[in-house]
Design a protein. Structure first.
Length: 389
């Protein structure tokens, strides 16, 4: 009797467990299907961010004309965004369906390290971009190009080291919770938050050092840049001869072109900076408000998922749209323009040489005809000269 009762209870528990598992699977799939628009947005972010930032990094390696200080920082930003979008977006899409991180605790640690490191590298790269824009416009003659190049390399290395240091704490607190009652495609569920109070302290420190402080620094640099550009005037012209007039006009046109280029690049970097800090604000608000299960936090969590990938996907779009060099390089990569440009360059070189030869022949014949006509005219003038007198 006791054995039959125990068997019935065990069977009932198993049936209850299977029913709970079935309900959990159904609820997870239903909740994910309700957020199909979010999954579609995240997938779009993945495509644009993965290929866009990858192409930016490839252009820096391939095109020698793009290897300068600003583009080095932009490439550093693109590499961090490439890693952030390429690794974290698939994890987030997976968690939208199954509500846990895949591949266990070790992969959780690696993904958290890459996630937070890439965020910090992006923040520091944008801060450095604003600083070098400040140096190029406000103090253009105080630093040498070689010293700047060494400073860029040092900064890129330090930015990744700083990001790795700040990512150790959340990666260290990855926890694994076995799903004993259910067997939904995995035996574990990884929770990266651990102790909520300690994480809130960590996020307060992170918010102060890696959000507010860079924001104030960038605001200061761009305030100085805006003031300098508003007060800048082209040098006055003082022309005496026609040759000095031509030189002055050419110098003035070069100064105006350089000024327009500086303003354009400053505006592009400013748009990228504003997009970054505005897009990350909901994430920091979500982190600092408690991470509870209230309706407000749930909606805020959805908002932050939409906005947190905007900078990593819009940066390549902004650069390709506004920069002629990046746009031309992007089109060359997408349409195999490297081979076409090589063939076109060879054909154009041959055609230019042919045109040069024809032009020389034409000029020689024209000069010969002109010299003969000039001689005849001078002879005629000499004959008619006594009559004119």
């Amino acid at each position: 009797m006791a054995n039959s009762t125990t068997a019935n209870v065990t069977q009932g528990l198993n049936e209850t467990g299977y029913q709970n598992c079935f309900d959990l699977k159904k609820n997870l799939i239903d909740s994910a299907s309700k957020n199909y628009w979010l999954v579609a947005v995240l997938f779009t972010y993945f495509l644009v961010g993965f290929f866009g930032n990858g192409i930016l990094a490839l252009l820096f390696v391939k095109e020698k004309s793009l290897r300068d200080i600003n583009n080095a920082l932009i490439t550093n930003l693109a590499v961090s965004d490439f890693m952030y979008v390429g690794l974290f977006v698939p994890i987030l899409i997976f968690s939208e369906f199954y509500r846990y991180r895949p591949f266990g605790k070790k992969f959780c640690i690696i993904s958290i390290l890459a996630n937070y490191t890439s965020q910090d590298v992006s923040t520091l790269s944008l801060t450095a971009l604003s600083y070098f824009r400040f140096c190029a416009i406000v103090t253009p003659f105080r630093s040498r190009r070689k010293s700047r190049s060494k400073l860029i390399v040092t900064f890129c290395v330090l930015s990744w080291l700083i990001g790795a240091v700040f990512s150790i704490y959340p990666a260290w607190h990855c926890q694994e919770h076995p799903l004993r009652e259910c067997f939904i495609w995995s035996r574990h569920n990884v929770n990266k938050f651990g102790n909520l109070k300690s994480f809130q302290k960590y996020f307060y420190i992170r918010f102060t050092l890696l959000y507010l402080t860079p924001l104030f620094i960038i605001a200061y640099f761009y305030g100085r840049v805006a003031y300098t550009l508003s007060e800048w005037q082209p040098p006055a012209r003082c022309c005496i001869t026609m040759s000095s007039l031509k030189v002055s006009e050419s110098v003035q046109s070069n100064n105006q072109a350089a000024s327009r280029s500086r303003k354009k690049l400053s505006i592009v970097v400013l748009i990228i900076v504003i997009t970054f800090f505005v897009s990350w604000l909901p994430t920091y608000v979500y982190w600092l408000t408690g991470l509870d299960d209230s309706i407000f936090i749930a909606e805020l969590n959805t908002i932050r998922k939409v906005f947190m990938f905007v900078p990593a996907t819009t940066n390549p779009i902004i650069l390709i749209v506004t920069s002629t060099s990046y746009r031309q390089g992007f089109l060359n990569i997408c349409f195999c323009g490297g081979w076409k440009s090589t063939l076109t360059q060879g054909t154009s070189t041959f055609s230019s040489q042919l045109r040069t030869g024809l032009t020389l022949v034409t000029r020689r014949s024209g000069n010969h005809a002109q010299s003969s006509s000039t001689r005849s005219e001078s002879t005629f003038a000499m004959k008619e000269e006594p009559e004119q007198i």
